[in-house]
Design a protein around this ligand. Sequence first.
Ligand SMILES: [Zn+2]
Length: 269
Amino acid sequence: MKPPICEICNLRFDPSEGALVSFVDDSRSRAFAERALAEPGFVGHRPNTGWFCGGHSEGARALSSGTRGEALAALRSSLADPDPDPDANGNGLRVPPVFRRQRSTDAETGLVEVNRPVDVDVFELHERLRVFRPALLAALGLPDEVALETRTKRTWNPMDGAREPDCPYSDRVTDEGKVDGLEQVVELDSNWWSRHSLSNASARLDIMRRPSPNEWATRICSISGSTAHLRRGEEPVVQTLRVKHPDDPAVEQLIAGFAAGLSPDTSAS
Ligand SMILES: [Zn+2]
């Protein structure tokens, strides 16, 4: 039996945190089975099985209806492509979303795109992004010389005969600053069924450069997170922080620290 080292990321892990996944038989595993029958006492690692760490076992299990070789090829190609066409591997195996790469670089912008797991109330995330903005600007080597203006906007969405103020509505809170072509936005969007019933919400921090008023803004850095569509009584929790930032270790480290502070393990104390 092989030790528990992930077939995909080479992480050595505790067996309780990952899984030994069995795939369908291929020629190697059939030969192995024949040899095991023919040679009493023969031991070894079944070739149609593989160890997968906690981050990769779910994706591996989802591909266990193929051979091990097909599954590994599909999983590895999904790592090379941040947003793979499900059938692009040519083997008919769908690559589950859990397997999409956690860190990639956008070829056009050169920005690193990272998803970071967090566990934070979306309103708390919005406040944290407000507080975090000056530190991020400093890490990006950008001046923080403009006071942001806050605007709030409520949009009523009459439906099924219900009208303001008894119909669903959307709230947007925007902190915005523009100076010398540098644009900064911290924003909270929330959609409400009613005053006490949140449908979903998202928070973001965007730093952009706009060379002149008539040109498109170029994103320098962004951090955002959204809740799921909430059912009654569900907490408005953000579980994934979507981050785009320049390929700069200092910036990446700062944002990693910010994200780590949004997980209950580290922020509770
Ligand atoms: Zn792994």
